[in-house]
Design a protein around this ligand. Structure first.
Ligand SMILES: [Zn+2]
Length: 1043
């Protein structure tokens, strides 16, 4: 090495002597004028910076450049320096993607600066692409969250710049979903979609066959390739950075072009040759004579001149060389060039999951990573939907609390290092803090809206209603001060139950209560007891008593309630609440009902009792409901359903865990935050005791069984009267780590169904996609990881079917799952990892909760739901019940003396015309009043083509009946994010040519007639409207809030 350097040094000296003698340095004018030369290879240089909205640092730290010891990254620098470089030379271009950052920067600029930047945007020098607040993950967000976060960014771009983004730019997410292609792509009016990460085997084949660029049809329900719900999709040949040797951040090692003839290392021709060679390599794997170079990567352009200086020179010298044509470009310009080439492209269907970058590196662990955060995001997503409705129903307030803060927090929580669970711990805490602050704002808004809506017309001061409602976000651990407070004499508890769905619901509501008088134990003989309460009853608003049931909280619930309230709220909960009161609530669509829990003062006239048995399991315990039967054992529960006298299906549910690979074998790949690499599995058996501890509760509304398998896994199974599914509430953790092993806990359902390797998982809660074990549609799969390589993301559910039956499982948050054997389904519920998987986060995923006496592994609680149906009957349950899981009934509490509140308030309400409800196949995704007074309405058909014999059909929503007592003055149909009129969007849409045959045409809803105001929805169709109401007609026929 030393010898070589000496030679090189000597040579330079020699050359320098010659050169210095001949030439002087002088100004060189670089010709970077944009042009496409059709007969040449065109290299589109796309300057970009990938700015994660939180990952190793928090969103604030990335923005201002704090905590730079973790990583020298400052987004403010990026935006500032790029804009200076663009202003310097009008040929330069840049794309910006993450509106969470750009919006912050924009708000701090002077008007003079804003004018200049607007010119850059108008001229196309600065182009917003993708345009959501963040670049959302595609495996773990719910589609409603994806729509919401993109809408927020698109509305900002529209209102400040009058622009409509044309291109989807999901360059970093770890796999790509079908919903992204058709919903967050085509339905936004995007002309193309680009990304980097697909399976390494898939990429190898596409490189060979020049099929990295395709037309992607994400939904089979939304029409053929010749119709519009497809999108031109470009997969990068390698990653989202430039070819080797062409990165120019100030610390990068690529050789710069040295074109001053007086320099010792003058290298123009050498660098031009490098450039041409790298471009030709890419031409070999790309169709048409247009290729794109991604000039940038994570947090680049902090000193933008360093990049532009080099690109100016490359464009100048390579064009002068003449073998290629190089230009400053954007993905939009590139897309137009591809379109103009008039080529036919291969068709891609389904999705790009799972993603593996190496044989033992399937990125399927993050489907479950940080399960508590995933649940928190999903809970608040449903809450945000309801809160926006209530904000609209009350009238958006300019001074009071709004949903805006929750909207922002939820938006960045969809980032591909947020809800994915792949961020550092302090960043996860930052996202959670933002969500909780957003929640508190929204909670106030919900309380004041309910107060407004429940104030009666005759109330003296309708504008300032007096009811103070309390809510209970910690109901999942049975903590609710409002419902637990002991009722003083003469007072009773009022529960207002709000339903954000467009159809009526009858559901069991559960609230923890202090037992007003001691539970009434009829018999303590052995293990049977009867829990009752002497004189408490639940009545509906008309004074009619409703069926109710009181039952004990499980021991495990009492423990985590005590620990987690202390850990997160810093206070010890009262230990008086040892019972849950359950009752049936019947709630109208988009409305509420009120219930009163009171003391009758009369003994022997109380709540319905629960019969409770508990102790070691010494005989088979059975719980049943209709044709559903649950039989308990030490390892789990056997669930049977008779579908006919001859056809009985039995599913056995158990727990197990994988040991995560520690990466010390031949391949250093460990299981970690992203990657799932199991090293064998272990079943969970009851520990320490010969028999599992069981508590069986039977009552008039439901039966439930508490099972404790060991000190860190327990569950409650419930079967409800009149329902065909079983509900399982699991509590997993702290996962023991003292043996030094990473553990990934799963639950399994095992049946004898003959499923032939096939199962179905949803795409972001939308279409179900067929999965075949150890198989990929697009290439011959080489199987190295038979478990991890068959895992898929689940947001709504997973199901399997054979000739005689269908078994579906629905989930309450994003999880990973699979069917690894015929007739079997598994879900990964929790992970505690003790090794890093070397994908950048650099921290082990070992979540803990800290109490005064120390920290221990995080406990996770959640639910999944199981139903067995005849083949073809399951969709109805998955779709409608799935909607109820996403939008649980919202509870608000207040107290009354005597019957005062009930008598002086509006106790039931529906925004819809009486007797109208949305059809069972339609969901109201968004009802939101925007700042400008327009109302954003989104309606979704919930079923796919062919999914259900009755519901997979064109359906209708009557807008006049949806908005009772309110006159619609204008309805405008728009793109999915409301940033352009739909008709305009369709007119501009590029229609690409596809190889092979076009599929069938599918009928979609017709344009809405302005008189009739009826919206048609075809299967899987989502339609978005901006509505103006006639101000003289008020929503609830009453005066509007003026706060
Ligand atoms: Zn990223």
């Amino acid at each position: 090495m030393a010898v070589k350097c000496f030679h090189s040094f000597a040579l330079h000296l020699l050359l320098a002597t010659i050169v210095i003698g001949v030439v002087n340095s002088e100004y060189i004018e670089y010709n970077t004028a944009p042009r496409i030369v059709t007969e040449k290879i065109n290299v589109h240089l796309v300057p970009h910076s990938h700015d994660d909205v939180g990952w190793l640092k928090t969103v604030d730290q990335y923005y201002v450049g704090a905590n730079n010891s973790i990583r020298g990254a400052c987004v403010e620098n990026v935006i500032e320096s790029v804009i200076a470089s663009l202003l310097d030379d009008q040929n330069r271009k840049f794309i910006y993607v993450e509106m969470a950052f750009f919006q912050r920067w924009w708000r701090q600029q002077s008007n003079a600066k804003k004018v200049k930047v607007k010119k850059l945007v108008d001229s196309g020098q600065l182009e917003f692409i993708n345009g959501g607040m963040c670049m959302h993950d595609e495996a773990t967000p719910h589609y409603i969250d994806m729509i919401d976060q993109t809408t927020l960014g698109h509305q900002f771009i529209k209102s400040e710049f009058g622009q409509v983004p044309r291109v989807g730019w999901q360059i970093d997410p770890f796999g790509h979903s079908a919903a992204q292609a058709y919903l967050l792509g085509a339905e936004l009016g995007f002309d193309s979609l680009f990304f980097a990460r697909i399976d390494y085997q898939d990429r190898a084949k596409r490189l060979r066959e020049k099929t990295l660029e395709v037309i992607w049809q994400g939904s089979k329900s939304l029409g053929s390739s010749s119709q519009v719900k497809t999108i031109f999709t470009g997969i990068f040949p390698r990653h989202y950075d430039p070819p080797d040797g062409f990165t120019f951040e100030i610390n990068d090692v690529s050789p710069p072009i040295q074109d001053d003839p007086s320099l010792f290392d003058y290298n123009v021709q050498e660098r031009v040759n490098d450039f041409v060679a790298a471009a030709l390599a890419q031409v070999n794997v790309t169709r048409t004579n247009h290729i794109m170079w991604l000039m940038g990567t994570d947090f680049r352009y902090q000193y933008a001149y360093s990049w532009y200086r080099q690109m100016d020179k490359f464009i100048h010298y390579v064009n002068k060389d003449g073998r290629l044509n190089v230009l400053y470009s954007t993905p939009s310009i590139y897309t137009d060039a591809k379109y103009a080439a008039n080529e036919s492209w291969p068709l891609k269907t389904d999705d790009f999951f799972p993603y593996a970058d190496k044989p033992n590196a399937y990125w399927t662990g993050y489907f479950t990573s940080r399960p508590a955060f995933k649940r928190y995001v999903r809970d608040l997503s449903g809450y945000y939907l309801a809160a926006r409705q209530l904000e609209f129903l009350r009238g958006r307030s300019s001074s009071g609390p709004t949903t805006d803060m929750l909207a922002d927090a939820l938006a960045i929580a969809q980032h591909h290092d947020a809800v994915s669970g792949t961020q550092r711990q302090h960043v996860a805490a930052d996202y959670a803090l933002r969500l909780s602050m957003g929640y508190l704002q929204a909670e106030k808004l919900v309380a004041s809206s309910l107060s407004f809506l429940s104030a009666s017309k005759s109330s003296p001061d309708k504008k300032n209603p007096d009811t103070k409602f309390q809510q209970c976000p910690l109901l999942n651990i049975s903590y609710c001060p409002a419902s637990e407070a002991r009722l003083s004499s003469g007072k009773s508890l009022v529960v207002v139950v709000y339903n954000s769905l467009g159809w009526k619901r009858e559901e069991v509501v559960r609230v923890p209560v202090s037992t007003l008088h001691s539970p009434w134990l009829i018999s303590e003989a052995l293990t049977l007891s009867l829990v009752s309460s002497e004189n408490v009853i639940v009545k509906d608003a008309s004074g009619k008593e409703v069926v109710s049931q009181i039952l004990p909280l499980s021991d495990i619930t009492l423990r985590i309630r005590k620990e987690y309230v202390k850990a997160y709220l810093g206070r010890s909960p009262k230990d008086t609440a040892k019972h849950v009161l359950a009752f049936i609530a019947s709630v109208p669509p988009l409305g509420f009902s009120s219930y009163v829990i009171s003391d009758t003062g009369r003994t022997g006239r109380g709540l319905s009792a629960s019969y409770v048995t508990s102790g070691s399991l010494n005989q088979d315990v059975e719980v049943s409901q209709g044709n559903l039967k649950l039989l308990y054992s030490e390892e789990g529960v056997k669930m049977s359903r008779y579908l006919s006298t001859k056809n009985q299906v039995t599913a056995e549910q158990t727990y197990a865990y994988y040991i995560g690979s520690n990466g010390t074998d031949k391949d250093p790949q460990a299981s970690g935050a992203y990657v799932f690499r199991p090293d064998g599995s272990r079943p969970i058996k009851s520990e320490g005791q010969a028999q599992a501890q069981l508590t069986v509760v039977r009552g008039p509304l439901f039966d439930e069984v508490h099972q404790e398998f060991n000190s860190w896994i327990s569950q409650i199974t419930r079967v409800y009267k009149g329902k065909d599914h079983a509900e399982i509430e699991f509590t997993v953790g702290p996962i023991p780590a003292d043996d030094g092993n990473s553990k990934e806990v799963i639950t399994k359902l095992t049946t004898t169904m003959k499923t032939n390797g096939t199962f179905y998982t949803d795409s972001n809660g939308r279409d179900f996609i067929k999965r075949v074990r150890d198989f990929r549609t697009d290439w011959d799969l080489q199987v190295y990881q038979p478990v991890a390589g068959n895992y898929y993301p689940i947001n709504l559910g997973i199901y399997m079917q054979d000739k005689t039956s269908e078994l579906s499982v629905l989930v309450d948050r994003a999880v990973g799952g699979s069917s690894l054997e015929d007739g079997q389904i598994e879900l990964m519920l929790h992970r505690r990892m003790l090794h890093d998987d070397i994908r950048g986060v650099g921290e082990i995923l070992n979540e803990t909760v800290c109490l005064p006496d120390g920290c221990k592994g995080l406990t996770i609680r959640g639910k999944f739901y199981i139903q067995i149906d005849k083949p073809g009957d399951g969709a109805r349950w998955r779709r409608t019940f799935g909607q109820e899981i996403y939008s649980p009934l919202l509870l608000a509490f207040t107290e009354q003396e005597g019957d005062h509140w009930i008598n002086s308030h509006k106790t039931t309400f529906s925004a819809l015309e009486p007797s109208y409800s949305l059809p069972n196949n339609v969901a109201l995704l968004t009802l939101q009043e925007l700042e400008n007074g327009e109302v954003l309405l989104r309606l979704a058909h919930l079923f796919e083509v062919g999914e259900d014999s009755e519901y997979s059909v064109m359906t209708k929503v009557e807008l006049k009946k949806l908005f009772n007592n309110k006159k619609i003055s204008k309805v405008k149909e728009t793109s999915l994010t409301g940033n352009q009129e739909k008709a305009e969007m369709e007119k501009r849409r590029l229609i690409w040519k596809v190889e092979g045959s076009a599929g069938e045409e599918v009928k979609r809803g017709e344009a809405v007639d302005e008189e009739e105001l009826v919206v048609e929805l075809a299967p899987m169709e989502i339609r978005t409207f901006l509505i103006r109401f006639d101000d003289h007609n008020e929503m609830v026929g009453e005066e509007r809030a003026t706060t």
